[in-house]
Design a protein around this ligand. Sequence first.
Ligand code: DGJ
Length: 680
Amino acid sequence: MYLDEYPFLPSKNKRDEGAFLDYIPTEYSTNGIGDYRESCLDVETLNGFTATQLSYVSYKTVKGKKKIDNLPTSFGNPEDVDSLIITCEDKYNRLKVDLIYSVFKDVDVITRSVEVENIGENPIFLTKVYSACLDMENKDFEVISLHGSWARERHVECTKLSHLQYVVQSTRGESSHQDHPFLALKTSKTSEDCGEVYAMNFVYSGNFCATAALNQFDFVRMTMGINSKDFKWKLNAGEVFATPEAVLVYSSEGLGKMTTTFHDFYRKHLIRSPYLHKERPILINNWEATYFDFDSDKLIDIAREAKNLGIEMLVMDDGWFGNRFDDNRSLGDWKVNENKIKGGLKSLVDKVNEMGLKFGIWFEPEMISPDSDLYREHPDWAIGITGMDNTRSRNQYVLDLSRPEVVQYTYEQVAAICRSANIDYVKWDMNRQLTNLGSSYLSADQMGELSHRYMLGVYKLQDMLISEFPGLLIENCSGGGARFDPGMLYYSPQIWCSDDTDAIERLAIMEGTALIYPLSTIGAHVSTVPNHAVGRVTPMKTRGDVALFGTFGYELDVTKLSDEDKKCVVAQVELYHKYNELIREGDYYRISSYRENGEYECFGVVSKDKKEAIYIYLQVFRKPNMHSKRIPLRGLNPDYKYFVEDTEQELPGDVLMNVGINQPILDSDFSSRLIALKCI
Ligand code: DGJ
């Protein structure tokens, strides 16, 4: 017998249709009214109710896009950007919700963010406010995400989308080494050059949650937003909560096009630094050369030798302040240790400048050591819960940047140092994650705001630094690459990619990072061997060739290099000046990944006008008795003829791309070749 209305099925009866939302594509889903997929907006009222129901009110379109208060936001001229604002209302909870979308003339991206306003008389708690939701039919999707750990950040992972919910998230107070605020759905047939991809990236550096799943009807939902774990925002009458922005990219021309779109978007519409389109000074950082064991004499020795080799900036890393002879103390005491830096900072910087080098300095402004004068004076300035043992990590605590006076104090410490000498560069580090979420500043009903307020504090600090020192080159960093995200790119044009400087380990790290971020943002240095992270010995040439595809610099004791290695440095410096503009401004192409083929890596960059290109071929393992191979290149103009610099051949673009370039077996494991092409 057939029933008129089966239980647990969408109703045929108009009246009950809205009770079964799982089968309706929803632009921005809310909690508790019948859509049991991942919701985007959850609340808690003073009466303890959690359901929320939005209905459409109106829409408007405007030229340009609004800056999101206190948050990094993509930008564009009003002539190049159009925004759509859809206003909805929850009549019961008295919320006005604006869904904000922007599209860009020159790059195929949609950004999304949300503003929630309390239009009622009572406070309400927001317990989840995501930035974007995408419902669609399944196209035999696979999920791409980036996973990692310290020293092996952002490795590409791909798995079939199923009815299990796929959740990529950080609850660590930063975007993290482990997971990345990025998620893409590609069809199983999508390759580098063809097929569809839907991707989301998040312009935020704190806790995030990205989800994708198939529901009972095989519909797909994909979401992105601030993680709701430990999040509870008290919204008083008249107040507005604005979410960070999600960047949505669709490509019908494969993963390659997705990557180019993200790269172009970030270079054109997110990174503000005046250094974005400039050749950055080749730096030498003393961290791996000396760790904490240095003084100004040692730095001067390094600088002198570096200058002889063509290096352009000395960066003094951790250990120059307070009693910082190891990582157990002094964070927060930003006073130069004059036993180490004899005569003070200005004297050192002046000497380095006189040699013809710029000077950069390291800070970890967000932290406080239990063994510091600052902590002894202000124990309540550390995030923690009174009476509970505060978790130590690298023997340090995190400053409570939800507290305005702490932000102001911290800024003054950093700025005073920057004002005291001719500082051209700041490396802004952050070496632990958040725990024991308690603030002596926030009231009990605002404690759930701590992690987000912390991020707002970090952004404020970096904004202040940029405003006072607009010419400063900032490199963000977090124990390597734990905060390599679009939020940070808004403040710094480059981010230290990983503490793993091994040329081979860097291949997978760079592959994942460059899946979304331009090469010009990827902090990459040549370091010593055996490598400090993995003990591997690779040729100096290979280390230089790999670092060339990032910001390029050195992180070793140049005074201890052999004459042969010094010659290699001089040659690498020359290559950097020759190819940096191409690598910085061009289009990046993946050719073949060692992760997939187990033997070699090949990727490259082609100028926008297709007249120049440079690729790296890196033979990770030399297989016995193997013949040379042909590597089909990507990104060239098939109708152009190219001159191959190392072999001095002249070859047409279509041959190079379809037949491939001849690649002989190189002498040994870990050898590399740079393949530079010029259109004739
Ligand atoms: C972690 C960074 O990633 C390193 O490069 C170095 O700056 C250390 N911190 C210093 O403590």
